[in-house]
Every structure is written in structure tokens, then in C-alpha cells.
Design a protein around this ligand. Structure first.
Ligand code: PLP
Length: 224
């Protein structure tokens, strides 16, 4: 067995009930994805539109592609025909564009809203207050070609496990609050995407349903 097959198995052996693996293949070649595919993996995540389009063309058509990175509004149209899940919707404007492109493609596009919980000052994601204000505003209810299936977040990049655990715990609390207040009648709101190579066991303990694992399966990324 190749390394990728072995690494993949060690991650899938760890999966808790109710948790799915998104294998993050960004910056890794199609052959690496194919090895994971041949070992049974079907869900892959990419974070750059151009790279995703090339891989989607050349790899098997039953792969379920997820977009996990920051998505620019003007690029939604390229992935709208085939994308299975957009993990990191971080503005109302982006969600409006996703709805528009869903309509054009006559399909409902599945999305997660990105919650900003890490201590780091990144530009992306809704704060708790922004998220509640956006959901209360209700515009999203008019978007017939969008399905909000849950939340996504990233913990602070640190070795401090208690900090990571605290952040994932908070994300799960916010997920439960949002579910109860806005999606109680919608079983499709069920995904909490959290956990990467270095923190996915903690994320699963805290209630993740989708883990996004890259380097632990494919090795370190080489940036061109
Ligand atoms: C790259 C990336 C991952 C995977 O990171 P690894 O540390 O390689 O597992 C997960 N989520 C997002 C949003 C990413 O950009």
C-alpha cells in the first residue's frame, strides 16, 4: 500500500460515528487524489477555483467536490455547476451570488456559514453577533437556490489544546443556538465543519460532523 492509502486509513479508522472526512487535496497532484480515490475516498476539498476546475475535469465524475477556501464573488459561476458543498460563506453578498448562480444552473447550492472564532485577526468569517444579525434579517429565507446546511470554523493555530478545545466547544454552542432559533424545522441544517490535520480529534470530541484533513493524508504541501 502507498503512503496516501495508509495515511487515509489511519484517519478513517479514527472517524467517530456521524463524522465524515473531507480529504483536502489543494496543491497536491491528480495522481495523489486518484490514490485516495482508489482507496475508497470520494469527498475531496479544494481552496482555489482554478486548481479545482482542472482537477474536476480530469478526475472521476463521482467525486464529491467541496470548496473550503475563501471564495471570491466573481468566481462562484465557475464552480456552481458541480460543487457539492461550499464551506466558507463569509458575507451576505457571497450568499446572494451563490443563490443567483444556483438559479442559473437550476440547482440548489449547499453552503455552510463561516464562523470566526479564532483569536487570530483574519479577515474572514461572521462573528457571533454578525451571524445572529444576518440570520435575524431573514433575507436568506428568500434564497430559493441556497441551502444553509450548517457552520464552518477554524480554531486558532496553536499547540495549546485547551484553547483549541474551548474554541470548538464555543462553535458547537453557537451551532446549537442557530439550529434552535432558525433551523429547528430543517433537518438539512446538520453540519459542523471543523477540525484539520493537527486538531481533528479534538474537533470530533466537541461535535464536528465534517473534518477537513489535508497534510496528514497527502503529506506537506509544496507551494508553487
Ligand atoms: C488547507 C486547509 C485545511 C487542511 O489543512 P491540513 O492542516 O493540511 O489538514 C482545512 N481547512 C481549510 C480551510 C484549509 O484551507
Amino acid at each position: 500500500m502507498g503512503n496516501i492509502t495508509l495515511n487515509l486509513k489511519s484517519v478513517t479508522d479514527d472517524l467517530k460515528e456521524g463524522v465524515r472526512l473531507v480529504a483536502i487535496s489543494k496543491f497536491h497532484p491528480a495522481e495523489s487524489i486518484l490514490e485516495a480515490y482508489q482507496a475508497g475516498q470520494r469527498v475531496f476539498g479544494e481552496s482555489h477555483v482554478q486548481e479545482l476546475l482542472v482537477k474536476q475535469q480530469e478526475l472521476p465524475s463521482d467525486i464529491e467536490w467541496h470548496f473550503i477556501g475563501h471564495l471570491q464573488t466573481n468566481k462562484v459561476k465557475y464552480i456552481a455547476p458541480f460543487i457539492s458543498l461550499i464551506h466558507a460563506v463569509d458575507t451576505p453578498k457571497l450568499l446572494r451570488e451563490i443563490d443567483k448562480q444556483g438559479q442559473k444552473n437550476e440547482r440548489v447550492l449547499h453552503c455552510l456559514l463561516e464562523l470566526h472564532i479564532a483569536a487570530e485577526e483574519t479577515k474572514y468569517g461572521f462573528s457571533h453577533d454578525e451571524l445572529m444579525a444576518f440570520l435575524e434579517d431573514g433575507e436568506w429565507r428568500t434564497m430559493a437556490h441556497v441551502s444553509i446546511d450548517g457552520l464552518m470554523c477554524m480554531a486558532t493555530y496553536t499547540d495549546d489544546e485547551e484553547q483549541i478545545r474551548g474554541e470548538f466547544h464555543l462553535a458547537k454552542q453557537i451551532f446549537d443556538e442557530v439550529k434552535e432559533r432558525f433551523f429547528a424545522e430543517q433537518p438539512s441544517f446538520c453540519e459542523l465543519s471543523m477540525g484539520m490535520s493537527h486538531d481533528y480529534p479534538i474537533a470530533m470530541d466537541e461535535g464536528s460532523t465534517l473534518i477537513r484533513v489535508g497534510s496528514k493524508i497527502f503529506g506537506e504541501r509544496v507551494y508553487a
